[in-house]
Write a protein that binds this ligand. Sequence first.
Ligand SMILES: NC(=O)c1ccc[n+]([C@@H]2O[C@H](COP(=O)([O-])OP(=O)(O)OC[C@H]3O[C@@H](n4cnc5c(N)ncnc54)[C@H](OP(=O)(O)O)[C@@H]3O)[C@@H](O)[C@H]2O)c1
Length: 274
Amino acid sequence: MGKILVTGATGTIGRLVVKHLQRLNAAYLAGTRKPEGENDVYFDFNDPSSFEKATEGADKVFVLGPPLVLGLDAIITPFLDFLKGRGIKRIVYFSAYQADKMKGLDFHPKLEQKVKDDGFDYTILRPTFFAQNFKNYEGDNIAQRNIIFMPAGDGKASFIDADNVAEVAALALTQDGHSGKAYELTGPVTVSYDDVAALLSEITGRTISYPKPGNEEFKSVLVSSGAPEFIADYLISVYGTIAAGNVDSVTDDYKKVTGKEPTPIRKVLEQDFA
Ligand SMILES: NC(=O)c1ccc[n+]([C@@H]2O[C@H](COP(=O)([O-])OP(=O)(O)OC[C@H]3O[C@@H](n4cnc5c(N)ncnc54)[C@H](OP(=O)(O)O)[C@@H]3O)[C@@H](O)[C@H]2O)c1
């Protein structure tokens, strides 16, 4: 059996996929632009000269594109074309829940279609918003300003533990029976940003509030704090799916694959903020 190349292996999801592959005793290569560890291989979607060596000995690939990249399809497509040419058919493509509803961001649906059209032996993962986003993207707001600040309105999402998502990825990469499937991965319940602020207040013992910024206010705060305009637009598109009520739902795909209940958001927030 060949190895599994994990792209995005140093990120939130990828490092947990690696953890689960280790637990399952699967042979893997960890793709990163800065290889340091024993199983690390140099891999950069923007550097096609890295593809050949990074896939040496691999017969399966976990394909995860970096976040906050407009036109992600333009940087992932050459790699998918390379895999096809090299005859590596088995891939797990990392998409997003209700990605077709994100206004102006159509790269995940386009890449899902490409994976299907190109004849890959694919599994598609469509996770909803990660519970870890509060630490990863709002850690400073919570620690320094006692707020969470995304343009999510009064909408709800079923935030999922990144570890649950990675577990499904690792199983799809190592077990039979996942070919041609798309898994929609959510947490157990939907909550609003007000609900999360209340949970964070309980966990931290401080009052964390949600000022509920509109899109214009959100953009002007981000841009005046030095963020590029396109980042604000990207986040407005993504979090707009919460505001519009498009992700106010739960599925049981995590349980179908693992036989377990997904982790409650409270547990992740306790790990990250208690
Ligand atoms: N956050 C959410 O709620 C959510 C929900 C659903 C789907 N998603 C999807 O999840 C993905 C992001 O996953 P994540 O949160 O785990 O990302 P992350 O923590 O930001 O990590 C990004 C990874 O991508 C690698 N990377 C960055 N630029 C690269 C390049 N040019 N070539 C190769 N690798 C590169 C980084 O590795 P090195 O720096 O080591 O190279 C890192 O391992 C996106 O596709 C997003 O649409 C996110």
